[in-house]
Design a protein around this ligand. Structure first.
Ligand code: SRM
Ligand code: SF4
Length: 574
């Protein structure tokens, strides 16, 4: 029996995180008290609960060695993740993040692969002001991380039609239906004692006292365009349009997830499987039922086996469907056939379907900063200030500026040019379709570099593509500094997964629709050898591809293992 919350769970058998959650009094823990202490870091238990509030404790790993030498403590700092459903950011909210990055962060912002904004390098003493400032911009960090529903992704295309309007309504309803009801967040960060005394927590029929066994991710795609990588999610909703162009319903997929642990074959990446079709008005209730099944049956003893994908694999999709159905007052309909084209990155100029336009700007690895050659951060600030453009963050770490008039188009282009920001249209295809995770120096789980080495690597790879005669071909490259899969490397045409400092497993054979896992081509390749390693397959692809065949599909057709046999040790010249 759990003495923390009084439920029937045997807490002794559960992971440490479960015990901390149960004792946390609906996500309060000791955060409030520890904020008052003049320490650089929170206790471990408070760190577990902080994640639910969108905050990770990190340290600058570049400074670790030096600090150790000098007998000093690590350089502790916080990462704040703002939850941004569908990546929709007002100019005011963007400017608030920009100000926080300058005043209390490391001077950079980061667009994440789940359409959020992250701020790195915030010291504990500045955390409360930073979170307040984010809320003043009408966004929240609650749900940025932690064992709960994370940011709900949605295709960011700002098309002004009935279908997209109805999908956005469902997105908003899902967000409110899947957000915990605790008042801990406003109590700790916003209203203080006032909230505590005036408004007791409403009951939380979805999360109870112990929340979920693990993080839970949901995304909405629109039939035909899998730009959100729906198959990587615990729960995916694919919106279908009816003959009248209105939202006809959603196909639900469950059990996707990419995290794995090196040398632990009991952990694996998985693509989501089809569950059922539901009417638009049934989507939220069904999503809550899916979350509830994971809440009740997910593994709370072993966090490496706690994601929904393992429950679906262990019990089977038919059991899972029956369990979800048993919690609903309506019948689930059979899944429909899904048809995907190549995922759209939405970059460049597009008409929105009204009088306005939108522009998709490539942001290399999602990092917004000023460098010697490009004033990206300054340009974005000026665009937000002068054009008041609504922003949409994309699942590929990029930004769309929306609702632009003809005049705004000219101004936006002039601002980008003046700050030396390269336009998406002129980028080599390899760069445009690349992503890398933060890894060093902020990510505590990184075993190899990612964001800091990808820019040089991808430019070399772009040259290989050019030499092979396929410069314009769309091939996606995704890099991570460990096997956790934060840029979804197992779904790219090509994936680089860090194994140790300076080395990567290279994966080939994903598809441009994002429906298939790629396969490991080579183990432990040195960073500097990667471009050479890709030359063999790239040149052969250029010679023998079928009309319209993507690089990933070609690799799959050849067989990744056979390609490795053919090319691993062979010199290839143009
Ligand atoms: Fe991730 C943990 C960054 C998307 C799988 N991820 C982390 C942490 C928080 C490291 C940690 O736990 O201490 C990283 C913070 C690094 C830093 O310094 O900022 C981190 N993940 C990111 C971001 C920022 C990468 C990016 O380049 O944008 C993405 C933030 C998304 C967001 O806004 O919520 C990010 N992470 C993903 C994705 C992609 C997705 O969700 O579409 C995945 C694979 C899908 C999945 O969840 O299966 C992903 N991150 C993980 C995992 C492995 C989970 C698992 O089931 O094993 C971890 C480690 C963990 O949870 O234990 C992790
Ligand atoms: Fe960190 Fe690994 Fe995620 Fe990269 S993939 S951000 S190294 S957890």
């Amino acid at each position: 029996m759990c003495d923390a919350c009084g439920c029937a769970a045997d807490l002794e058998r559960m992971s440490g995180a479960e015990q901390v959650k149960a004792r946390s009094n609906r996500l309060r823990g000791t955060i409030g008290d520890e904020l008052l202490e003049e320490t650089a870091v929170f206790s471990d238990d408070a760190g577990v609960i902080l994640k639910f509030h969108g905050v990770y404790q990190q340290d600058d790993r570049d400074l670790r060695k030096q600090a150790r030498k000098l007998g000093l403590d690590k350089h502790h700092m916080m990462m704040i993740r703002t939850r941004i459903p569908g990546g929709m950011v007002s100019p005011e909210a963007y400017l608030a993040h920009d100000r926080i990055a300058g005043a209390w962060g490391n001077g950079t912002l980061r667009v994440t692969t789940r359409q959020d904004l992250q701020l790195h390098g915030v010291l504990k003493g500045n955390l409360k002001q930073a979170i307040r400032a984010i809320n003043d911009g009408l966004l929240t960090t609650l749900g940025g991380c932690g064992d709960q529903e994370r940011n709900i992704m949605c295709c960011p295309a700002p098309w002004n039609d009935r279908l997209h309007h109805e999908i956005n309504l469902t997105l908003a309803a899902l967000v409110s239906g899947l957000t915990p009801t605790t008042r801990a967040y406003s109590e700790i960060w916003l209203d203080g004692e006032l909230a505590a005394s005036n408004h007791p927590d409403p009951p939380d029929t979805l999360y109870g006292e112990r929340y979920l066994p693990r993080k839970f991710k949901t995304a909405i795609a629109i039939d035909g365009d899998n730009c959100v990588d729906i198959y990587a999610n615990d729960l995916g909703l694919v919106a279908h349009a009816g003959d009248d162009g209105r939202l006809a319903g959603f196909d639900l997929l469950v059990g996707g997830g990419l995290g794995r642990t090196a040398n632990k074959p009991s952990t694996w990446p998985a693509v989501a499987q089809q569950l059922a079709f539901v009417q638009p008005q049934q989507a939220v209730e069904t999503a809550r039922a899916v979350v509830a099944v994971q809440r009740d049956y997910g593994d709370r003893a072993d966090r490496r086996h706690a994601r929904l994908k393992y429950l679906v694999a262990d019990r089977g999709i038919d059991w899972f469907r029956a369990e979800v159905a048993s919690r609903l007052p309506f019948a689930l309909e059979p899944s429909r056939r899904l048809r995907w084209g190549p995922a759209d990155d939405h970059l460049g100029w597009h008409a929105q379907g009204d009088v306005n336009h939108c522009y998709g700007l490539f942001v290399e690895n999602g990092r917004i900063h000023d460098t010697e050659t490009s004033g990206l951060r300054s340009a974005l600030r000026e665009i937000a200030e002068t054009l008041r453009a609504q922003l949409r963050l994309t699942p590929q770490q990029n930004i769309l500026f929306t609702n632009l008039s003809d005049g705004d188009r000219t101004t936006l282009t002039a601002i980008l040019d003046r700050w030396g920001v390269e336009r998406s249209e002129s980028l080599p295809s390899a760069i445009r379709h690349s992503m890398a995770c933060p890894a060093y120096p902020t990510c505590g789980l990184a075993v190899a570099e990612s964001e800091r080495v990808m820019p040089a690597l991808i430019r070399e790879i772009a040259l290989v593509q050019r030499e092979a005669g396929v410069a314009e071909t769309r091939i996606s490259y995704r890099m991570t500094g460990c096997p956790n899969g934060c840029t979804r490397p197992y779904l790219g045409d090509v994936g680089f997964v860090g194994t140790t400092l300076g080395k990567y497993d290279v994966y080939l054979g994903g598809d441009t629709e994002g429906t298939r896992l790629n396969e490991r081509y080579m183990h432990n390749v040195k960073l500097e050898e990667i471009p050479h390693l890709l030359r063999g397959p790239m040149f052969e692809y250029a010679r023998t591809q079928l009309p319209g065949e993507s690089f990933g599909d070609w690799c799959k057709r050849q067989g990744v293992a056979q390609l490795a046999d053919r090319h691993a040790l062979v010199e290839v010249t143009a």
